[in-house]
Design a protein around this ligand. Structure first.
Ligand code: NAD
Length: 282
């Protein structure tokens, strides 16, 4: 069976990037969101990012035109998934919201349709268990910015079938990505390590060990990380990162307790680059 139609649910930071790489991989993509403004903004960002790739000589103009012609926007959930072969969920990191969404689409989707969640660290097995297709449920952890980052962590839930893993890997390759397979565990590989580094950086900032700028500089120039932990957390979103830490704390223990300073920033609305201010001002 050919998997041709992909639906991406949630058109925020990640959803728009996933729609971009899926469309560039010549899948027919429906991008769904509850918010029309978010959809419009997503399409204009995809256009801008594709135009930049053309300008840099990475893709040809006709590849950009083809990718854009593959994307349709839709705010109706049922209509967005009815014909879909593969659904990628990229709504906010709330297990109750995600379960509610998967329960709804499970009733409408075709039998062969695979569900993939782009969660940063929630349980694939738990979400899969609320649907009638746990063997066709998988984690597909993309990285931000999706059109530039090479990796997808493919997460196997307890019941995920080999066939689902194989199809997801093939789709990832068509999207131009490399994959690693990870058995489900809170935070997988990357979010668990990344959350720890970011949390430790916040504790240092709170204790006055160094300024945010100098902590970032030290990690970049001393440890050869391409981004500092605060640059990274501003890109990911402080709210997203806090939710991940809360989940890791609950599931893996005390080591992951969120630094109070992150909570303070989130309460102040400093959510990162997406709102123009996080640890830094943009
Ligand atoms: P975001 O807040 O930028 O976007 C979420 C979008 O989902 C919004 O446009 C919102 O309107 C929409 N939405 C909310 N509820 C919806 C629903 N029921 N149906 C349809 N649309 C709905 O969030 P994001 O940063 O793109 O994160 C999305 C997911 O990806 C989260 O699970 C997050 O943990 C994960 N993730 C994020 C990053 C990152 O760097 N931001 C990286 C990897 C994974």
């Amino acid at each position: 069976m050919e998997f041709k139609n992909i639906t991406v649910i949630g058109s925020g930071t990640m959803g728009l990037g996933i729609a971009h790489v899926a469309a560039a991989g010549n899948f027919k993509v429906i991008l769904n969101d509850v918010d029309t403004k978010s959809l419009e903004k997503a399409l204009s960002t995809i256009q801008k990012n594709l135009a930049k790739s053309v300008e840099l000589g990475k893709i040809l103009q006709n590849a950009m035109d083809l990718a854009l012609s593959n994307i349709t926007l839709n705010t109706n959930l049922e209509d967005s998934v009815r014909q879909s072969d593969f659904v990628v969920e990229a709504i906010p990191e709330r297990i109750d919201w995600k379960i509610d969404l998967f329960t709804k689409i499970d009733k409408v989707c075709k039998e062969h349709t695979i569900f993939a969640s782009n969660t940063s660290g929630l349980s694939i097995t738990e979400m899969a268990g609320t649907t009638s297709r746990p063997e066709k449920f998988i984690g597909m952890h993309f990285f931000n910015p999706v059109h530039k980052m090479k990796l997808i962590e493919i997460i196997r839930g307890l019941e995920t079938s080999d066939e689902t893993c194989k199809i997801t890997e093939e789709i990832s390759v068509k999207m131009g990505k490399e994959t690693v397979e990870v058995n489900e565990s809170p935070g997988f590989v990357t979010s668990r390590i990344n959350a720890m580094i970011g949390n430790e950086a916040f504790f240092m900032l709170q204790e006055g060990v160094a300024s945010a700028k100098d902590i970032d500089k030290a990690i970049k120039l001393g440890l050869n990380h391409p981004m500092g932990p605060f640059e990274m957390i501003d890109l990911v979103g402080l709210d997203t990162r806090l939710n991940i830490l809360k989940y890791l704390h609950k599931s893996l223990g005390e080591k992951y307790r969120p630094c109070p300073l992150i909570e303070k920033y989130v309460n102040a609305g400093r959510l990162g680059k997406k709102v123009g201010k996080g640890v830094y001002e943009y």
